[in-house]
Design a protein around this ligand. Sequence first.
Ligand SMILES: Cc1ncc(COP(=O)(O)O)c(C=O)c1O
Length: 369
Amino acid sequence: MKAIRERLESDGVDIIDLGAGDAPLDPPPAVIATLREVAGDNSYSRYGFQTGLPSFREAVASFMERRFGVVVDPWTEVLPLIGSKDGLAHLPFAYVEAGDAAVIPDPGYQAYLGSVTLAGGVPHLVPLRPENDFLVPLGEVPAAVVARARILYLNYPNNPTTAIAPDAYFEEAVAFCAENDIVLAHDNAYSEFGFDGYQPRSILEFEGAREVAIEFHSLSKTYNMTGWRLGWAVGNAAVIAALTRVKTFMDTGPYLGIQAAGVAALTSWPDWVAGNIAVFQERRDHAVAALSAAGFDVVAPKATMYLWIPVPSGESSNEFARRALEAEGVIVLPGAALGRGGEGFFRVALTVGGDRLADSAARLGRVAG
Ligand SMILES: Cc1ncc(COP(=O)(O)O)c(C=O)c1O
């Protein structure tokens, strides 16, 4: 796809990229101002180690309390991450021995599958399908897998299906992990991307979760800071300690200046984030209307920055995405790129605004024929 894109671009084709979840929007002004301010202060240029900037840990703890009512100890229940991917991908190295299993949603963010595999584990992929409301049906995981499972990855609001989980499902997942001695790794990268008044929950709001769960948060999408690489893990102190230990062998923590900028981001949350999410909600509304008019069967998601749309033509998602690029210059993500369970769907990221969305919907309509 990259090669095709480069060829088309050099031929002067106007490409619209709805592929990666990486919107070219600005971070909060306070984030930029803070980085400028600390960049010349050499105390921020030293190693951060895993402890990192104390004020970042404190800002995370106060965000968790203010946003979710979850009270955590910033020193033992929080860990700064070089983006949430850092924590998601290093967790198996703390828990998965050769031959152990991990239960992984399919389609899903590929760091779960890749890291479990690299750690020598056996991924047990569970298809996310419309008939299960794109939830992992925990009761259907075979007993032999449950017995060997060390980690259950969940991600709601979900990338790519846009599904949200009802409270009862989170309760069931906590009970399932407690009963079977499994670490519940909840990827909450889209925690702030709720629409129409929907406010995604933290797994840590649910009774018993603190015994079994670690949750991963990201500044990437909420604050338009994908390239800055900052996130955090929060949850069970023993799991946080194990992940911290693994990371001491892998990295030396995020740059302290970026952690200072992260404090500014979290401090801006009450005033800034709602406006940013409103931009995506408006894009969602435009895109849903335009793609429906172009003949697609598209449901307005309650959360995330994506649309998850059935491939209309009966061809593979890869083939549809390839034709969309070749024929019309539109990049979408084929569902199969995020696992076989994603076959039959393609993903649109709401990375462009009004007119460009309308244009891309019209182009995709022509691809569907
Ligand atoms: C579901 C999910 N989890 C985690 C991440 C990684 O985010 P970060 O930039 O914090 O590493 C992404 C990024 O696209 C994602 O979609």
